[in-house]
Design a protein around this ligand. Structure first.
Ligand SMILES: C[S@@+](CC[C@H](N)C(=O)[O-])C[C@H]1O[C@@H](n2cnc3c(N)ncnc32)[C@H](O)[C@@H]1O
Length: 259
């Protein structure tokens, strides 16, 4: 059964069960971390979510799983267990990326302040698309650079052009809070919004215009908003009616050539 695009109130396992297999190009999602936040008592069935995500993902499609651990004495490492489970059911751990928060709200008295979460980039086989995002290089222009040693074993220098930009590293930094995460005040009625730019950067990296982007636990609708803004199709699901109301408000007024 094909499913319409937009935001839906549902348990995501039940919802995915009703989706056709192999239709999603990219999922960008973030689960409740170890019940770190209170989501009105909703249950979270990780293993079935992972299996359904594998089923609905297109061959060569990507799932970006943004996750942190509860600190309960020490770190729970639930994120690692989830990563290993994803591998067991067939995903490749294409990359383990870091989402670094420029401003860090949490402090620990006996450890350094945590400033990051993982972004597991899971692929179903070899990724279909990679549009690498670029960053400016500190120096560019012609420069004498060391050339590989020849048979005489002596390093030689040659004049080479240093490029103006290079592919970014896999640590992505974002400011968090109002103005950083988003300018939409209403989004902060949700307790755990991830930055719009984070969602957008993954959408641009792993999909092309017209592709289908999915978020099975969409909360305030960040992934959906950025998918729409970038002319991608999207499906967003959350078990909370309240959060879906927020998500729908956040996309009011966004124009796309797809709808
Ligand atoms: C970390 S939040 C996602 C926040 C989102 N990335 C954003 O930017 O607003 C996790 C979401 O999972 C939802 N959730 C928990 N269990 C769920 C389930 N079984 N099905 C669908 N959504 C669920 C919660 O209501 C919560 O909004």
């Amino acid at each position: 059964m094909a499913i319409k695009e937009g935001f839906f109130i549902a348990d995501c396992v039940e919802f995915m069960n009703g989706m056709d297999a192999g239709i999603v190009d990219l999922t960008v999602t973030s689960p409740p971390y170890d019940n770190l936040r209170h989501y009105e008592g909703y249950s979270f069935d990780f293993e079935n979510i992972a299996k359904q995500l594998y089923r609905v993902t297109k061959q060569g499609g990507i799932v970006v799983w943004v996750v942190g651990d509860k600190i309960n004495g020490g770190r729970t490492l639930t994120s690692f267990r989830q990563g290993l489970f994803f591998q067991e059911i067939g995903f490749q751990m294409h990359d383990v990326m870091i989402y670094q928060k420029k401003n860090t709200p949490f402090m620990r008295s006996n450890a350094y302040t945590n400033c990051y979460e993982f972004m597991f980039v899971l692929s179903k086989g070899k990724p279909n698309i990679f549009n690498p995002l670029k960053t400016r290089t500190a120096r560019h222009g012609p420069e004498m650079l060391v050339h590989n040693k020849g048979p005489d074993g002596i390093n030689k220098k040659v004049l080479k052009e240093l490029k103006k930009e290079k592919t970014r590293t896999n640590i992505w930094q974002y400011a968090v809070g109002l103005g950083g995460t988003t300018k939409d005040r209403i989004a902060f009625q949700h307790p755990a919004v991830f930055p719009e730019k984070l969602a957008e950067d993954h959408i641009l990296s792993w999909t092309n215009s017209g592709d289908l982007v999915f978020d099975p636990m969409c909360g305030s609708g960040t992934t959906g908003k950025m998918a729409l803004k970038n002319n991608r199709k999207f499906i967003g699901v959350d078990i909370s009616k309240e959060y879906i109301t927020i998500a729908k408000k956040r996309i009011e007024g966004i124009t796309t050539t797809l709808l």
